[in-house]
Design a protein around this ligand. Sequence first.
Ligand SMILES: [Zn+2]
Length: 280
Amino acid sequence: MKLQFWGVRGYVPTPGAAYLGYGGNTCCVVIYGAHDELLVLDSGTGFCRFGDELMQREFGEGRGELTLLISHTYWDHLLGLPFPGLVHTPGNKLKIYGPDSTRGSLRMVYDGILSPVYSPVYGLAHMAATHSFEPISTHPLQVGGLKVRAMPLSQHKHSPIWAYRIEEHGRTVVYMTDVRYSDAQIWRKAVHFAEGATVLIHSAPYTRAEEVEDYGHSRVEDAIEVAQEAHVEQLLLYHHAPTRTDAQLDALVAHYRAELVAMGSLLRLEAAREGPIIEV
Ligand SMILES: [Zn+2]
């Protein structure tokens, strides 16, 4: 299994020379299975560029299939879906899993951002690719050789958040974003779900010292503690704050790596970066 980040920012896209190293698109991660399975986690603006790349493959001829797993319905996790040519090419197939909001189903939310008020697509009905919205549950699902488990993790007021665990040949990627550890039960669920993962992708836009409140987010220290308690091999910090420059991310990783070394931890720590393909 391989993974590749196409969007690593939270909240809003972050263009600018100071952000080019890690990238400025919002949340989108791609998992490549050993038998060419294609699994996409969240359709933030990173999905636009990934979609363009897919058009050079079978998707350009309307023969592509992918599975999209959505963590929750905030814009930074959805907004890239309507733009790439692959969703407007008849014959391509998208299977979309994700939680409903308290104000309407995931299908309704996507339909809303494609409405004439926001976009010239005029709703999902005008998206030419075949697409289906599948019910999400804690029952495992199989995407080719990839085994996927999903779990409700915590809740923004109107947008429940789900985490995903993808396994192949004994290697595991866990995707956990936008979680706030507001009580011990959520913490225990997260640690249990991430147990023994090869790679944990975890949102960490701020540090505890920054004392940013009310965004509903975990901090860098939370991500590290979950990873350690769950015996994770590698932690990839994700959903970077839009204000965090490349130099600041480099410094942040160096600081926490030094802390891990000082405490004798074997956890490998990186900040997620758009582009490189990571062998899991
Ligand atoms: Zn987010």
